[in-house]
Design a protein around this ligand. Structure first.
Ligand SMILES: Cc1cc2nc3c(=O)[nH]c(=O)nc-3n(C[C@H](O)[C@H](O)[C@H](O)COP(=O)(O)OP(=O)(O)OC[C@H]3O[C@@H](n4cnc5c(N)ncnc54)[C@H](O)[C@@H]3O)c2cc1C
Length: 245
């Protein structure tokens, strides 16, 4: 069995993120010198300052702080989506250098993600999906052998691997990009896997910078639904889930 589950960790973040944002903002709105910026940005002031900045839409000050997440147990399908976010930095497990042969995987097949919809169809559907993954493993192993084995072979043998194949990602985003990412990907209309990831990332970011991310999440938390006719129609429920009436 090569099934795997989502795991997200906040690996690093800018220390005192809200203090730094408040310092950058203070530079904009006062004659303070660089050496004096940290003065008078006590915790209470910081929070009020950061909130005011966000309300004003003065987002450049928010770009000074960044958050780095380690992610595993996600599909290559998710990878295609998350890497569309251009204002982020990524490191991804390489399918050129890291082989997926049967011998290299303790569980006997490459790791993969089973969509909940398929799992929801019951054990027979899961067994069918697993058989398909096992078949792909055979095809992959066959091509690795035919192409001479090792790293030189992984590069092209990987062409038969599916979107379900698991990957690992380290991603860094600044807080402005992260807020934008949450707007798009926490939305009910986002695909389930990236939405689940975004929701976990939001919880982790909120734990260290509660004010910066207080209103972060799908766009319907702060305004009308942008999806028009494609709206999920669950604005009230979504807002309630985020603790907004
Ligand atoms: C529900 C959903 C469905 C989607 N469906 C599809 C689909 O069918 N096909 C598809 O190809 N993609 C699809 N996407 C991906 C989408 O089009 C974006 O590529 C992705 O969400 C990244 O968003 P972004 O460009 O705003 O973000 P980022 O790349 O993170 O950029 C952040 C912001 O920076 C600014 N920016 C960045 N680069 C530029 C630039 N070159 N020029 C001007 N401004 C820039 C923009 O304001 C942008 O919003 C979908 C996304 C979602 C959420």
């Amino acid at each position: 069995m090569g099934k795997t589950k989502l795991k997200v960790r906040l690996l690093e973040h800018t220390p005192n993120p809200e203090k730094l944002v408040a310092m950058a903002a203070r530079l904009c709105y006062s004659p303070a010198k660089i050496d004096d910026l940290a003065e008078n940005v006590a915790e209470n002031d910081q929070q009020a300052f950061v909130k005011k900045l966000l309300d004003m839409g003065h987002y450049s000050a928010v770009e000074h702080v960044s958050f780095t997440f380690g992610i595993e147990g996600v599909s290559r399908s998710l990878l295609a989506q998350i890497t569309r976010h251009r204002i982020a930095s990524f490191s991804v497990k390489s399918q050129r250098y890291v082989g997926e042969t049967r011998e290299l995987n303790a569980q006997g097949t490459f790791e993969y993600i089973i969509p909940e919809t398929i799992a929801g169809l019951g054990p027979e559907a899961v067994a069918e999906f697993e058989e398909q993954m096992a078949q792909i493993q055979k095809w992959y192993d066959g091509w690795v052998a035919k192409l001479g084995g090792g790293r030189g072979a992984y590069e092209d043998a990987r062409f038969v691997l599916p979107n379900a194949a698991e990957t690992k990602i380290v991603v860094t985003m600044n807080a402005r990009e992260l807020r934008h990412f949450f707007t798009l990907r926490c939305c009910q209309r986002a695909q389930w896997e990236i939405r689940r990831l975004a929701e976990e990332m939001l919880q982790l970011a909120k734990a260290v910078a509660p004010v910066l991310f207080t209103d972060a999440g799908p766009e319907c938390l702060t305004g009308p639904c942008p999806e028009g006719k494609l709206s999920c129609g669950q604005r009230t429920e979504v807002r309630k889930r985020y603790g907004i009436n």
